[in-house]
Ligand binder design. Structure first.
Ligand SMILES: O=C(O)CCC(=O)C(=O)O
Length: 287
């Protein structure tokens, strides 16, 4: 018995490594999400820092609620089972007309996780169209093993290391994941995907939420944390993260700061440079 997806959709996900679109939020709900996003953008001075964007669910209760949304969890459960952790949640937000792009890559490359049973839910806060630089995927590419990647640290590349697959991608096979606000797509950690710049007059905003089953381990050699969002954690491989009580409250900022340091050690292991994370946060209550 599946929770939300049909058996045919589950089979398609297994075959293609992605599934879209899935309706989650209605127009009012997504308008509210967009307002939250706008407030965050203003707080951050028009650009969400890399620091904030790493595990944003540890700073912002509304994102912590979003990652627990029952319909999203039902869809994800249908792909990786009932005991679910969230390992990360961050925006891929391209301003109108921006040159930002995402090179072809597999998410698995620098995450240090022990299993490929990992599903991303990408939540559209805005229209995600060919013109605005929607995600593009190569169906079936998740069935490859880990592919070699090279770091570019290219300025407009939105990935941590500007990494890209070091093998030819046959772009004729790529599929555009067009989403309306409030819809999500799911993709597998080994799916080759990327996206082009935003040629539209609106923001292109997606929140990528990384879900793992509790049996997955961090094998980079560094300790790691995650948020339990459904079921039981009978393994204890990750330190379980607290929910922030209020936006940028002192405890949340302190915890998030420590977890960002850990994430940097994992994501930039053996890298020649680290992207600028942006300024350290001051707690909202600290005057
Ligand atoms: O937002 C995009 O275009 C790509 C997102 C992505 O690379 C991811 O969610 O893993």
């Amino acid at each position: 018995m599946t929770k939300l997806l049909t058996e045919a959709q589950v089979a398609k996900y297994g075959r293609d490594g992605y599934l879209a679109p899935i309706d989650i939020f209605d127009a009012d709900e997504v308008a509210e999400l967009r307002r939250h996003f706008q407030r965050l953008l203003e707080r951050e001075g028009g650009h969400i820092s890399t620091r904030t964007n790493m595990r944003a669910h540890l700073l912002l209760p509304w994102i912590n609620d979003l990652i627990r949304h029952s319909r999203i969890l039902d869809a994800v459960e249908d792909t990786i089972g009932p005991n679910l952790l969230v390992w990360g949640a961050g925006f891929f937000a391209k301003p109108p007309g921006s040159k930002n792009y995402i090179s072809w890559h597999q998410d698995s490359t620098y995450w240090g996780l022990s299993s490929p049973d990992i599903t991303t839910a990408w939540v559209a806060f805005s229209p995600s169209t060919v013109e605005s630089g929607c995600m593009r995927v190569v169906p079936g590419s998740h069935l490859h093993d880990q592919l070699p990647h090279k770091d570019t640290f290219a300025k407009d590349n939105m990935l941590s290391r500007g990494q890209e697959v070091d093998v030819d991608v046959d772009e004729r096979q790529a599929v555009d994941i067009v989403l309306e606000p409030g819809q999500i797509s799911l993709h597998h950690i080994r799916l080759v995907h990327g996206s082009e710049s935003n040629r539209s007059g609106d923001w292109r905003i997606g929140l990528a939420i990384r879900y793992l089953p509790t049996y997955v381990r961090q094998i980079s050699g560094h300790p790691d944390s995650a948020t339990l969002v459904r079921g039981k954690d009978e393994y204890g491989h990750f330190e379980l993260e607290p929910r922030p009580k209020a936006e940028f409250d002192a405890d949340a900022v302190a915890y998030h700061t420590a977890m960002v340091e850990r994430s940097v050690r994992i994501l930039y292991k053996s890298a020649t440079q680290v992207r600028d994370l942006g300024p350290a946060h001051r707690a909202a209550t600290a005057g």
